[in-house]
Design a protein around this ligand. Structure first.
Ligand code: GLP
Length: 263
C-alpha cells in the first residue's frame, strides 16, 4: 500500500486526478472503475478541467461504477447514475454507452449483478479503480462483515451508512436500505486502486485500513492484499496513523525515484 499524505482535500483531488490523467494518456481505452460520494467530486472537477484544457480525452474510455441503490431508477436524482452523469459524464467527451452503473431498478437485481460481473470480465477487467471509504471502513457498499472474496451482489446497508448518506435525501424522500455493489473480490481484481479519504471523520477508518489487521470488520483493509493500491489522504484523515513521518518520507523517496527513472 502506498500512503500519500497531503495538506488538504484540494491537494488530494489534484494528486488523484493526475494519476487518472496520466493513466489515460498512456492507455486511451482504459477501463476505469468509478466511485460516488462527496469525496470524488473534487477529483471529477479536476478531470473535467483537464479535458477542457485538452490534456485528456475520454473518447475511448469505458467505466464501471462501484455501486447503486436498489429500488431507484437511473433518472432518480439520488441514483448514482444520475450523480455520475451530472458530476462527470455530461461534461467530458465520453460515450455514455461505455459507462456502466449497476441497474438499481432491475426486475431481477441478482441477475443484474451477474451481468455486471460478466460485463467487467468481457472488457478485460478494470484497469484503475477509484474508491472512497465509509466511516465504518466500507468500500463500495461492502459493509463490515462482507466476504473479502465477494463479487457484485445485493447488499444490505448498515444503519451507520444509511445515516451518513441521509444528508443527500430530503426528509420525506424514500431512502433505500439495499444496494447493488461490486464485491471486495471484484475490487481486488482491478489492476490499480486509488483510494481517497479526507477529513477527520475518516481518520479511524483510515487507521484501520492502513495499520489495522486484515479483517472483514474493516472491508478496506483488504487493500493491504492489493499489489498496486495508492491511498491518498489529507492531514486530518491521516491524523490517527502511527507513523505519518515515515509515510511522508517514503513518498518523498518515491518522488525522487520517479523523477530519476522518469516513471
Ligand atoms: C457511499 C458510497 C461509497 C463512498 C462512501 C463515502 O456509501 N457507496 O462508495 O466511499 O459513501 O462517501 P463520502 O465520500 O461522501 O464520505
Amino acid at each position: 500500500m502506498k500512503i500519500v499524505i497531503l495538506k488538504n482535500s484540494d491537494e488530494v483531488a489534484a494528486y488523484g486526478a493526475d494519476i487518472f490523467v496520466r493513466f489515460i494518456s498512456k492507455k486511451p481505452a482504459a477501463v476505469l472503475g468509478l466511485a460516488t460520494g462527496s469525496t470524488p467530486v473534487a477529483l471529477y472537477k479536476q478531470l473535467i478541467s483537464a479535458y477542457e484544457q485538452n490534456r485528456v480525452s475520454f473518447k475511448a474510455v469505458s467505466t464501471f461504477n462501484l455501486d447503486e441503490y436498489l429500488g431507484i431508477a437511473a433518472e432518480h436524482p439520488q441514483s448514482y447514475r444520475y450523480f455520475m452523469n451530472h458530476q462527470l459524464f455530461n461534461h467530458i467527451d465520453i460515450d455514455k454507452q461505455n459507462t456502466q452503473v449497476p441497474q438499481g431498478d432491475a426486475e431481477d437485481p441478482f441477475a443484474a449483478c451477474e451481468r455486471y460481473e460478466s460485463a467487467i470480465k468481457k472488457k478485460g477487467g478494470i484497469d484503475i479503480q477509484l474508491l472512497g471509504i465509509g466511516r465504518n471502513g466500507h468500500i463500495g457498499f461492502n459493509e463490515p462483515s462482507s466476504s473479502l472474496m465477494s463479487r457484485t451482489r445485493v447488499k444490505t446497508l448498515t444503519r451507520a451508512t444509511i445515516d451518513d448518506n441521509a444528508r443527500f435525501f430530503s426528509a420525506d424522500e424514500y431512502q433505500p436500505h439495499l444496494s447493488l455493489t461490486m464485491g471486495i473480490g471484484t475490487i481486488l481484481e482491478s489492476k490499480k486502486v486509488v483510494l481517497l479519504a479526507t477529513g477527520e471523520s475518516k481518520a479511524d477508518a483510515v487507521k484501520a485500513m492502513v495499520e489495522g489487521p486484515l479483517t472483514a470488520s474493516c472491508p478496506a483493509s483488504a487493500l493491504q492484499m492489493h499489489q498496486d493500491a495508492v491511498v491518498i489522504v489529507d492531514d486530518a484523515a491521516a491524523s490517527k496513523l502511527l507513523d505519518v513521518d515515515f509515510y511522508k518520507h517514503i513518498e518523498m523517496e518515491n518522488r525522487k525515484l520517479n523523477e530519476r527513472f522518469d516513471r
